[in-house]
Each structure stands twice: as structure tokens, then as C-alpha cells.
Design a protein around this ligand. Structure first.
Ligand code: AMP
Length: 110
């Protein structure tokens, strides 16, 4: 099991923001912005390459609930999903990073 699967199974603790039967949102252990939350499906999906339209639709609804819960919906935020080696994906379980809480810079991509 990878780290996120262990978090879903309750074997590793997380700082939970929101959860429902299909998705979980929790604070990133190494935040890159004042607010840095990860949203993951409970179903094992490696990355965005394997996403389906239904899952993407449900994930979008869940992310919108999360940003409302975090109080950043109107001020703005950034969503990132890393895919594979060149994308910098470390954990092979689909996750969307939600970054906010400050005016984010754009750059330093390589
Ligand atoms: P990625 O590089 O897109 O695969 O992102 C993986 C993210 O998971 C990184 O931002 C890590 O800081 C974060 N991370 C790793 N382990 C944990 C953990 N136990 N709890 C919360 N976040 C974690």
C-alpha cells in the first residue's frame, strides 16, 4: 500500500479537512503555501491518466466543497495534479493539490 492508501485505511493519521464515502481531503505534510490541501479519491487510481468523466465530475464537486470549507473559494486558489515522472508525481495515487491563503506566484517550473 502507498502512503495515501494507508491514510484512507486509517493506518496513518492525517489532518482531515473533509471526507465523504468517495473522497478525502487533508492537509499536506509539507505545505508549499499557507493553505495546502490534498484531495484524493478513495478508489485506487494511479493518476489523471486513468480518470473517467464521472470521477472527474464528482471530484470537481468535492474540491468545491473543500475550498468552501477552507474559506478560500472567493479569494482564489490553485489546483495542481502531478502526473508521472516528468510531472513530479511522488505518490502513485491520484491527488489534486489545492494551494491558497496567499497571492501565489507563477514560475520556477523547471
Ligand atoms: P506529488 O509529488 O504530487 O505526488 O505529491 C505528494 C504530496 O504528498 C507532497 O506534497 C507531500 O508533501 C505529500 N505527503 C507525503 N506524505 C504525506 C502524509 N503522510 N500526509 C500528508 N501529505 C503527505
Amino acid at each position: 500500500m502507498n502512503i495515501f492508501e494507508k491514510i484512507i485505511a486509517g493506518e496513518i493519521p492525517c489532518k482531515k479537512v473533509l471526507e465523504n464515502s468517495k473522497f478525502l481531503a487533508f492537509h499536506d505534510i509539507s505545505p508549499k503555501a499557507p493553505i495546502h490541501v490534498l484531495t484524493i479519491p478513495k478508489k485506487s487510481i494511479k493518476n489523471f491518466n486513468e480518470i473517467t468523466p464521472d470521477l472527474m465530475a464528482e471530484m470537481s464537486d468535492f474540491i468545491l466543497e473543500v475550498v468552501e470549507e477552507l474559506g478560500i473559494k472567493d479569494k482564489g486558489y490553485r489546483i495542481i495534479t502531478n502526473i508521472g515522472t516528468d510531472g513530479g508525481q511522488e505518490i502513485p495515487h491520484l491527488h489534486f493539490h489545492i494551494l491558497g491563503g496567499a497571492k501565489l506566484k507563477w514560475g520556477d517550473l523547471i
